[in-house]
Design a protein around this ligand. Structure first.
Ligand code: ADP
Ligand code: ZN
Ligand code: ZN
Length: 731
């Protein structure tokens, strides 16, 4: 009787041996392959694990082994390449393999369910709808647009809907009127042929980029370092086109908020081939169907956010990571992997090209390019008609501001809206004001559970903690001294919106932040609205910064650029420069030239001058030199071990033991336990160890020792702890 070695979904760093299910027949036993799912008893529960191997030997005496309950698949769900990638990731990120493998499965298949039938929900006109004349429903423009689409397409799916800037609520309106109906269509063989757009003739730099990548066969990593609007996407599209011609599949990763209808429709208009989308708006079943479409080879292109890096693609020929610097590629809890870095490993193993693209590449990628590990391809000019925006600093030191706005900026806004242009105001803080303070006694509203101030949300009449989500009602007098002389200090998006409405009563002001876009489709609707608008003012957080194409925006302003540039995190300047460049990239995307204005109290600081007088590239170069001097990444390797507990001493004791009970070497620096920047969050005290090493091997050596100590530590089960390799969050 063989043994089944199974990775179970547990936080334990080991696999488990089982006997085969008792009812299994010998033929099935022979067909067992790694990558199949097995349902097996685990404590009082039954869990879905992944078969790693069938072995002749187990270290556990046979009497003590339990039998697995059932084999769930007749073919492996995870192929050898994916199993190998997961194993590598488990070692690299020091994370339990069982949990890594769960990430590789769509959540629908983490339960003992079978792969759903590959069907797709589509919508078509009902017979009553078919009877409507063209141009009907004029008074509801969205419904009219949807009607037109349905008249043209016979039936549509969700992708087609979204690509047109429409959503399910528009559909529901038509369905409720009896004009449209929902149908379920098998995806097994169907692909509705579409007319596709031709490739654009490339400009010189684009052509060089394309040729250089295509000149090589096998693995390569190419960094397309191209300013916003320089035509990176066009180069991706032509690479994909070639990949498809060779009969291979392409995987495209985009940042979490980059999946705009515009991006999607651009891919759809180009390729007459099934495209699988994997993003957060899908439900578990839809996601699983998309996953299955990729795994069966039916879908030739997969476009998705971070976790799409785990798509099974048997004929994978190309990986593209758009906006490679984006923080959303790094998972910030649990299995803390970087989809970009896994992408590089995956491309290497599969011996295929990977392309990283960004207007603001991470210092790591720039460094790798300079070291010759990546091809460095530059696109320095905007494609098409658009020109690059000009940047102006507004020195607000010793200036009276009107709710965060300088008069100079307000004048500039006025001029733009006079000319029917759109203005984008960027402020990285939601809510009305970040501080509630009593002018008489100096009381400041603080969260009870966190070391943080409460943010005033004026419309909801609430004080909210942005770190633990707790809420209090907004006091009308000081809770300490009962004075009514309380003050809201500082400016958030809500306050900016209010003051702009007041100052520009005839202009529409649209606020885009997490509070105004939390409803499904809200963001899409707003973006659509903005496209139709003439003059308007957009106020928002960094949600506004990425990917969107607002052709009528001619002025972009940042109210407070200093907070990021001079923050405690050593990545602060890099992030701010990226953000600034991306935000600036929203200005003047079309024919109208754009302008960027930055309010700062540090106008003379060399950083500031560097940032505005030079390109991102020059600024990044400066930062790289500085990192080298300080021995920070990419010139060293970092890992964090975080822990938290309701008692600070317990947290620190645990980390202290990890440090003390592992072998100290000169090369690997270990700092800590240090309290986190915000020590108390949601009632728990947080601290960390910081490991810094000149090589990955040395870093991993010490980390694995610590992991070993941690696993056996008496406090291990009492507190929460995690390892973060290549952390990108504040240290
Ligand atoms: P990026 O991805 O670098 O931001 P895009 O590929 O989105 O740039 O290109 C910006 C704009 O320029 C798009 O409207 C695109 O259609 C257009 N464009 C790109 N390449 C060309 C080209 N070779 N000729 C004409 N227009 C182009
Ligand atoms: Zn008071
Ligand atoms: Zn809190």
């Amino acid at each position: 009787m063989p043994f089944l070695r199974i990775a179970m979904p547990t936080p334990l760093y080991r696999s488990f041996d089982y006997l085969p299910p008792t009812n299994i027949i010998p033929a099935t036993l022979e067909a067992l392959q790694p990558g199949m799912r097995v349902l097996a008893p685990f404590g009082p529960r039954k869990l879905v694990g992944v078969l790693l191997a069938v072995t002749e030997h187990s270290d556990v005496p046979e009497k003590q082994l339990k039998a697995a309950e059932a084999l769930l698949d007749s073919k492996p769900l995870l192929d050898d390449a994916m199993l190998a990638l997961c194993q590598w990731a488990a070692n690299y990120y020091l994370h339990p393999l069982g949990d890594v493998l769960q990430h590789a499965l769509p959540s629908y298949l983490r339960k003992p369910s079978a792969i759903p039938e590959p069907t797709e929900t589509r919508w078509q006109l009902s017979s009553e709808g078919k009877g409507l004349p063209e141009g009907a429903l004029k008074r509801a423009p969205k419904q009219a647009a949807l009607l037109q689409l349905l008249q043209k397409e016979s039936s549509i799916n969700q992708q087609q809907l979204l690509a047109q800037g429409l959503n399910k609520s528009h559909l529901r309106n038509l369905i409720n009127k009896g004009l449209a109906e929902e149908i379920s269509v098998s995806l097994a063989h169907r692909h509705q042929s579409r007319n596709t757009e031709a490739l654009l003739p490339l400009n010189h730099e684009q052509q060089i980029a394309l040729d250089s990548i295509q000149a090589k066969t096998g693995y390569q990593c190419a960094l397309i370092d191209g300013i916003t609007g320089s035509g990176k996407t066009e180069v991706y599209l032509q690479l994909i086109s070639q990949c498809l011609k060779e009969g291979k599949q392409a995987l495209v990763l985009i940042p979490e908020i980059g999946l705009s209808p515009q991006t999607l429709s651009r891919f759809q208009r180009r390729f007459d081939t099934p495209i699988a989308l994997m993003h957060s708006a899908l439900n578990d079943r839809e996601r699983c169907v998309a996953w299955q479409q990729a795994a069966s080879g039916h879908a030739r292109v997969v476009i998705g956010t971070r976790s799409a890096i785990f798509s099974i693609m048997p004929e994978l020929g190309l990986i593209i990571i758009d906006e490679e610097h984006d923080a959303s590629y790094k998972q910030q809890d649990g299995f803390r992997y970087s989809a970009r870095d896994l992408g590089i490993k995956r491309a290497f193993d599969a011996n295929i090209p990977i392309v990283l693209g960004s207007a603001t590449p991470s210092l790591e990628s720039l460094h790798n390019a300079q070291q010759g590990r990546y091809q460095h391809l530059r696109l320095t000019e905007r494609a098409g008609k658009a020109t690059s925006p000009s940047i102006e600093l507004i020195d607000i030191k010793n200036q009276a501001l009107n709710n965060g706005f300088s008069q100079h900026l307000l004048d500039a806004i006025y001029r733009e809206i006079q000319q029917q242009n759109q203005v984008l105001i960027f402020i990285n803080r939601r809510g009305f004001a970040p501080v509630l303070m009593c002018n008489d006694c100096g009381f400041i509203a603080q969260c009870n559970h966190c070391d943080a101030r409460l943010t005033v949300h004026y419309q909801d009449k609430k004080l909210r903690c942005h770190h633990c989500d707790s809420k209090w009602s907004l006091p009308t007098s000081c809770p300490e001294c009962k004075s009514s002389n309380i003050d809201f200090q500082g400016t958030g998006t809500e306050r900016s919106e209010q003051i702009l409405r007041y100052l520009f009563p005839d202009t529409e002001v649209i606020r885009i932040d997490r509070d105004t876009t939390s409803r499904k489709h809200a963001m899409g609707n707003m973006i659509e609205h903005i496209h139709q608008q003439q003059a308007c003012i957009l106020v928002g957080t960094q949600m506004l910064a990425k990917g969107h194409h607002f052709p009528n925006v001619t002025l972009v302003a940042m109210l407070d650029i200093d907070s990021g540039l001079f923050s405690a995190d050593f990545r602060g300047p890099e992030r701010t420069a990226q953000l600034l460049t991306q935000v600036a990239g929203r200005a003047g995307r079309a024919e109208k030239p754009g302008k960027v204005m930055l309010q700062t109290r540090q106008a003379d600081h060399p950083f500031m001058q560097q940032l505005i007088n030079n390109s991102y590239t020059a600024f990044a170069q400066q930062l790289i030199t500085e990192r080298q001097t300080l021995g920070l990444p990419p010139f060293s390797y970092l890992a964090l071990i975080r822990a938290d507990h309701t008692d600070l001493a317990t947290t620190e004791q645990f980390l202290y033991d990890l440090r003390q009970q592992t072998e100290a070497t000169q090369q690997v620096q270990c700092l800590g336990p240090l309290p986190a920047i915000m020590t108390r969050k949601a009632g728990r005290f947080r601290a960390q160890l910081i490991l810094q090493a000149p090589t990955r091997a040395l870093l991993h050596q010490r980390l694995s020792q610590m992991l070993h100590i941690a696993a056996q530590h008496p406090l291990e089960r009492k507190l929460r702890w995690s390892i973060d390799v290549d952390p990108i969050e504040a240290v």
